[in-house]
Design a protein. Structure first.
Length: 195
């Protein structure tokens, strides 16, 4: 069972690991419930550790034309996790610069290529970042969560009138993924962001 820790403790763990001057980058994978604060936590860590590169799973959605029929019923079926692994995570883990094109669902197109310099800390943030296809390229896995009431409050604030559709579609897929792969149980640590 994963140990519950605070953001401060996570920062201390990362600092201690980086102070050892590892030969490969430290890859921190932050997975967890939508609305739990993964992006907020990532942004705080990136400020705390300026020599870091941030990869976001949201940049690796599959274009709708490439999604399998019935993808809406299958966790991760809207994601191009193989591209995330091969184009971004594998080179980042090897200490190489990363160049990739993010796919924007809102724009329905790939964005211009971006390059991330090699850094001693790589933060992989987003839903499905603990998926088995990515195993072997993370150093530390943290599951980010919050209470159900807090999740609802945050998502209603974030999604507005889209909340009902968002909750009906994405939360069950995400919870199915967590259950199938025992994501929280297999994490190294859990950070609960409930206020």
């Amino acid at each position: 069972m994963a140990q519950n820790i605070t953001l401060e403790t996570l920062c201390s763990i990362l600092t201690a690991a980086l102070d050892q001057h590892p030969t490969k980058p430290l890859v921190l994978a932050l997975d967890g419930r939508c609305g739990s604060g993964k992006t907020t936590l990532t942004n705080a860590l990136a400020r705390q550790f300026p020599a870091s590169a941030v990869l976001r799973t949201d940049d690796f959605y599959l274009p709708p034309a490439q999604r399998a029929h019935g993808w809406e019923q299958t966790p991760c079926a809207n994601m191009d996790l193989a591209r995330l692994r091969d184009e971004a995570l594998r080179p980042a883990y090897a200490g190489q610069p990363v160049q990739y094109r993010a796919y924007s669902c809102r724009k329905g197109a790939y964005q211009p290529a971006q390059e991330l310099a090699a850094q001693p800390l790589v933060i992989l943030e987003g839903s499905y970042s603990h998926h088995p296809l990515l195993t072997g390229y993370e150093t530390l896995r943290v599951f980010v969560t919050c209470s159900k009431d807090e999740q609802v409050r945050r998502l209603q604030e974030r999604e507005g009138e889209r909340y009902a559709n968002f909750a009906a579609r994405w939360i069950p897929l995400e919870e199915g993924y967590f259950a199938k792969y025992q994501i929280a149980e297999n994490a190294d640590f859990v950070v609960d962001t409930t206020l």
